[in-house]
Write a protein that binds this ligand. Structure first.
Ligand code: OFO
Length: 173
């Protein structure tokens, strides 16, 4: 019986460890985005708050996707414990910068699991992770787009400043 169960394990044992570590990272991402949503809520930035609440939900979905994949393929998924979530932010821009860093870290992590899959010929997991590769590409793009908005605003501030400066000579009439 034990042998029969063992035959059902499609995931290489080293890859399974990495997938469990990834569960931890996705859960951590979810918690980090929740903290960001809270900061936005408290600062009256309700659209951004919704963005991060949704992002937090998505990360939990990612975590569950991996969790189910492990269990459905004869492995054992471990429920993650979360700590080290900061709530200290100075600005919305800083939040999006952190969010981009978070996504880049997750992308690298997914890629390194794929590398391991190839080394140990775990093609099942490699195939499963293709969805995550695409997802990470999109999520990094989303965060970069948000940061571009800040750059755009900075540009506008500069233009506004120049306009004010140009008008200064005419205010003493
Ligand atoms: Fe889990 O998708 Fe990004 O981090």
């Amino acid at each position: 019986m034990k042998d029969l169960v063992r035959q059902k394990i499609l995931i290489h044992v080293e890859v399974m460890d990495l997938l469990n570590a990834q569960i931890q990272k996705e859960a951590h991402s979810s918690a980090v985005y929740l903290a960001m949503a809270s900061w936005c809520d408290h600062n009256g930035l309700f659209n951004s708050a919704k963005f991060f609440y949704d992002q937090s939900d998505e990360e939990r979905e990612h975590m569950l996707k991996i969790f189910k994949f492990i269990n459905d393929n004869g492995g054992i998924a471990y429920s993650p414990s979360i700590d080290g979530v900061s709530h200290d932010y100075e600005s919305l821009e800083e939040i999006f910068e952190n969010a981009l860093d978070q996504e880049i870290m997750i992308t690298k992590s997914i890629h390194s699991i794929v590398t391991k899959c190839r080394q140990v010929q775990d093609y099942t997991t490699e195939y499963f992770l293709q969805w995550f590769i695409k997802e990470q590409m999109e999520e990094e793009q989303t965060m970069r787009k948000a940061l571009e908005l800040f750059d755009l605003m900075k540009g506008k501030e500069q233009i506004a400043l120049k306009l004010i400066d140009e008008r200064i000579p005419s205010i003493r009439e």
